[in-house]
Design a protein around this ligand. Structure first.
Ligand code: PLP
Length: 408
């Protein structure tokens, strides 16, 4: 039975490997943090050695992934309420802790109600199908996250796509979508490969003009963007206006697991009735919900982490530009160092790791052809010394490989 299929799989895997797209997991042997230890494969015995590196590729924007207060909150709740829920939310998987977290998220975003999911992938996957039918339309940014794309695919609504952040194109698509009954514009808050923010003010304006709702995924923007880290709705002074916001607890908000959809009361209500990942997937553990509540408490009690993240990002971008690097304009904690050439991006990333700097090089098909880059993700947890080491390592290798401005 398996033989033919096995050959087929082996060939596919080989094709992936030959295209240089084979993904290997990189093993970390410490908590997630700005400074970590990773396993490095080697030919010697023992076959792996450990290397200390400064981490610039986690979504740990506020440095909360190993935060003591969150760990304590999780431990205390586990002692009090046990390990797992062994149920979906509507059968017997809802504790007061889940309700409280939903309330805290609504307060944070200035929305009417919130529904939790196991992940934002599920929040997006289960968002559109319950709300829209074949009579309706979704107008989606071309660079939206895979989970939005999948969510749109699972829904019968007519699909329109507009070029990334291109408001003329969005308007064209909205004109076409007048043929349908209801319309939702779907966009990421921050696009993860460039670090650019969606033009939410203009999107909202067009939504009013063409009678559409707006959905924004704040996964990379919440906790990061806006003076107090309340996301793109804060940045554009649009709190409470957007109908639907989705987000994750897996990035700035502690880096664990969990997703949410927050917005208009009736939308959330209907998702509780019909959203499949909510109805048919397990409830998040009480300890995760408790740490989530603590996360929002930390972020509202002081602006220290948000301020430090903004300072760190501004410092890093400015120094890298001054060093002669080609940096994509960013309004987030994502800094794309453009190298254009795929092979160069891999060579550069490997050389950085030798220097103890942990980053990822991205190239086609993750980014457009000829747009290879190294993505640096800055965190509030990075010390000035760690940022300086990173900049120095970039400069050293950039000089050696001739990619600095004037050096080519
Ligand atoms: C990371 C991410 C997700 C997925 O979040 P999870 O909670 O890890 O499933 C969804 N949307 C966007 C835009 C993301 O960046």
């Amino acid at each position: 039975m398996y033989t033919d299929f096995q050959k087929h799989l082996q060939q596919t895997l080989q094709e992936i490997e030959e295209a240089g797209l084979y993904k290997k997991e990189r093993v970390i042997v410490t908590p997630q943090s700005s400074g970590i230890k990773v396993e490095v494969p080697s030919d010697q015995v023992p076959s792996t050695r450990e290397q200390e590196v400064i981490n610039f590729c986690a979504n740990n924007y506020l440095g909360l992934a190993d935060n003591k207060e969150l760990i304590e909150a999780a431990k205390a709740k586990m002692d009090e309420r046990g390990y797992g829920m062994a149920s979906v939310r509507f059968i017997c998987g809802t504790q007061d802790t889940h309700k409280e977290l939903e309330k805290v998220i609504s307060d944070f975003f200035g929305t009417e109600d919130t529904i939790l999911y196991a992940a934002c992938f599920d929040a997006n996957g289960g968002l559109f199908e319950p709300l829209l039918t074949a009579e309706d339309a979704i107008i989606s940014d071309a660079l939206n996250h895979a989970s939005i794309i999948d969510g749109v695919r699972l829904c019968k609504a007519v699909r329109y796509k507009y070029a990334n952040g291109d408001m003329n194109d969005l308007e064209e698509q909205l004109k076409k979508a007048q043929a349908q009954r209801f319309r939702i514009i779907a966009t990421d808050g921050v696009f993860s490969m460039d670090g650019n923010v969606c033009p939410l003010d203009k999107i909202y304006e067009l939504a009013q003009k063409y009678n559409a709702l707006v959905m924004v995924d704040e996964s990379h923007s919440a906790g990061v963007v806006g003076k107090t880290g309340h996301g793109v709705t804060e940045l554009y002074n649009m709190r409470g206006k957007v109908e639907i916001i989705t987000g994750t607890l897996g990035k700035a908000f502690g880096g664990s697991v969990g997703g949410f959809t927050t917005g208009k009361k009736e939308i959330i209500d209907l998702l509780r009735q019909r959203s499949r990942p909510y109805l048919f997937s397990n409830s998040i553990p009480p300890m995760i919900a408790a740490a989530g509540i603590k996360t929002f408490e930390i972020l509202t009690r002081s602006n220290e982490l948000q301020d430090r993240l903004h300072e760190n990002t501004a410092y890093f971008v400015e120094k890298m530009k001054a060093a002669g690097f080609d940096i994509k304009p960013t309004q987030s904690a994502i800094c794309a160092v453009m190298l254009y050439d795929a092979r160069l991006s891999q060579e550069f990333a490997a050389a950085l790791q030798e220097e103890g700097i942990y980053v990822t090089g991205f190239y086609y098909p993750v980014v457009p052809q000829g747009q290879a880059r190294i993505r640096v993700q800055v965190s509030a947890a990075h010390t000035r010394e760690q940022l300086d080491k990173c900049i120095a390592a970039f400069t050293k290798i950039g000089t050696k490989l001739g990619v600095l401005k004037g050096g080519r």
